[in-house]
Design a protein around this ligand. Sequence first.
Ligand SMILES: Nc1ncnc2c1ncn2[C@@H]1O[C@H](COP(=O)(O)OP(=O)(O)OP(=O)(O)O)[C@@H](O)[C@H]1O
Length: 241
Amino acid sequence: MTPGLRIEDVRFAYGAKTALDGVSFTVEQGAFCALLGPNGAGKSTLFSLLTGLMRAPHGRLEAAGHDLGRAPRRALACIGAVFQQPTLDLDLSVLRNLTYFAALHGIPRREAEGRARTALARLSMEERAHERARDLNGGHRRRAEIARALMHDPAVLLLDEPTVGLDAQARAALTAHVHDLARDAGLTVLWATHLVDEVRPADQVVILHRGRVVADGAASVIAGPRPLTDVFLSMTSRRAA
Ligand SMILES: Nc1ncnc2c1ncn2[C@@H]1O[C@H](COP(=O)(O)OP(=O)(O)OP(=O)(O)O)[C@@H](O)[C@H]1O
């Protein structure tokens, strides 16, 4: 089966500063993969490459079998992304935020509202469709952004530290919703975080440290008998370069 995401020997530097140093890993279709790394590990850089904001000078990135270097349009059509910085238009309703995005993606207007309602339902947000984004709490704004990222029916969903700024309850609800999307809809999820408690034992975990993959496998296997937090901290301590 074609993997949801394939990343092979990707390198990237900002001038003399190396951000990714030969990153390789694969996420199977329908899997939830937590990309775990401390600040500066290279998570956002990898997201920028995967969303076409920057190009990788070395290595290969594939989404649902499409090479981002060779067939960027086809690859990007398979990707939905939620960035660290919120990007909703706070003065528009939730529904309008989604249909506006649909227009940008060339989705016909007659289809857009139906798709928006389906996407909102997947995030238990259908009753919020007509509320102004400004009136939603942080957790619901994030859910609206995820619904918007699903409008073009991508195979892969990328989320860059999506729970930043949320309280514990909203964080847990959002994490659960996205795990459900991977399980029920066969969506491949790459969830970047530095918060170990957002990872479930069956999730794939890729630990990134100073631009390198230092662990890749099921969370329960990487953790072994120890708490995953201990393993993560020992792998990413300053000395573990
Ligand atoms: N525009 C830039 N110019 C120079 N160096 C950069 C730039 N952006 C990131 N870096 C450096 O590249 C490395 C990787 O940064 P990146 O933002 O990808 O990490 P991150 O894991 O997303 O961290 P954070 O959680 O803080 O966002 C860091 O050493 C960072 O200082």
